[in-house]
Design a protein around this ligand. Structure first.
Ligand code: ZN
Length: 67
């Protein structure tokens, strides 16, 4: 049985220092209009709906309550 096209593409994981991130896909083939994403501290991560990049809030950033 052939398994053509079943490879899982691993999306990039990008560690960020702030919950407010923006993503444009980095240009190139995965580029898309710039979108702004807000990481909820209680979640600690968000996935870009366009390019599936995974933005993870750094532990240092999570340690600081955003008051
Ligand atoms: Zn993106």
């Amino acid at each position: 049985m052939t398994r053509t096209g079943t490879e899982t593409i691993k999306a990039e994981t990008i560690k960020v220092e702030t919950g407010a991130v923006n993503c444009d896909g980095g240009g190139g083939a995965l580029g898309h209009p710039r979108v702004y994403l807000q990481i909820k501290p209680e979640v600690g991560a968000i996935e870009c709906p366009y390019c599936s990049r995974h933005y993870v809030l750094s532990e240092a950033a999570r340690a600081h309550p955003g008051h």
